[in-house]
Design a protein around this ligand. Sequence first.
Ligand code: ATP
Ligand code: MG
Length: 436
Amino acid sequence: MTKTNWAKIDEILNGKKNGKTVSLRGWIYRTRSSGNIVFAIIRDSTGILQATIKKGNLPDKEFEDAKKALIESSLEVKGLVKEDKRAPGGYELQVTSANIINFAEPFPIVKDQSPEFLLDQRHLWIRSQYISSILKIRSTIVGAIHKFFRDRGYYEFDAPVLQPNQCEGGSTLFEVKYYENKTYLSQSWQLYAEAAVFALEKIYNMGPTFRAEKSKTSRHLSEFWMAEMEAAWMDLHDVTEVAKEEVKFILQEVLKHNKNELEILGQDIKKLEKISKSKFPTITYTEAIKILKEKEKMKVEWGKDLRTIEEDKLLKHFGTPVVVTNYPSEIMAFYKPSDPKDPKTALCFDMIAPEGYGEIVGGSQRSLDVKEMTKRLKEMGEKIDNYEWYFDLRRYGSIPHSGYGLGVERVVAWICGIDNIKDSIPFPRTLLRYKP
Ligand code: ATP
Ligand code: MG
């Protein structure tokens, strides 16, 4: 038996197969027929292609089957590739053989369906050009993050998902029964990363992260992927620079590999190119408040965290992501130290994306002050015993160190220019949704 040489649709659209006979397999994306001709759009993982199936060009039984086949039927076809300006992508396939692998039942997804319906049908909707384009970009972004850190000498380091402690505040913990005890799903890799920098110095990780976010927003998922880094000897300034470089690198990689997908999503490629070459500014929280008061005439109080609306208004004054440092100490997590030069504020930062995409990175220098951290944890009602292992890190060769976490889905949503973070992950988990 000779092995079939299966072509991919992108090779055809690249013009490499013009005038040649190819075999192709995939699914029917759209189809219409009139009398003795069927116009089918076939899709595979690389694109869509128009196929013309004419009675007489292939055995009658195959023609009748092709005519009957509904969208999402899977099939193998053989035919001649012809350049045709009218066809989407500029090429069409003149079919000489068609073999339906599976006759699909009537597909439940038709035009103009509600977002909730599409989420119910997510297992089918991921086949759409819209979601599959986002998933391809997501894959580039995930690959870029690994490449960025590995090329710079960081080790990949894994932390447990089941953790005895909170890291980002008790209110968003998911509790898990653990034999006779209880643990929590990881809110962050950070506390374990802080142990590991004493061994590996520069580390990173990307993994599922869980937060029981109790409000419905278009930026929060209950399960999301966080790409974190932690490094010995680095201070706040050092890590903000790493974060800026990382985000730019991610953008450049997407622009290198996914122009096609960005176009399908209707994203402005020129705008992203400009951002990828720009300098990202750093301002302090206090400066941010000043901009909001003076330029936006907003009533904002020094001391409160920036809300979504404030972040969005602030970013109107910049064309790139912006790093905001030195938020008020009081509202920050227990491990964020006060700035000795301005003790009311913490040595921490957020990177905020333009156009309403909000915080994409959050990080800080790490506190080395066991007394201060103990006080903060007690105020929060935490059991100090659970943190003794963490305090040991300050007892045995303590060093300055810093790190941050980047929200993968937030970055995907921003780069893709999509409305809701739910479309940046294959199967979203939110306050109201854990199926399918
Ligand atoms: P926010 O204020 O938006 O809730 P955060 O301050 O809780 O964010 P961090 O604890 O700093 O966020 O987490 C690091 C990054 O992880 C954030 O900058 C963001 O990009 C991402 N992130 C945090 N929470 C979520 C979530 N629930 N869903 C998706 N991404 C998230
Ligand atoms: Mg949060």
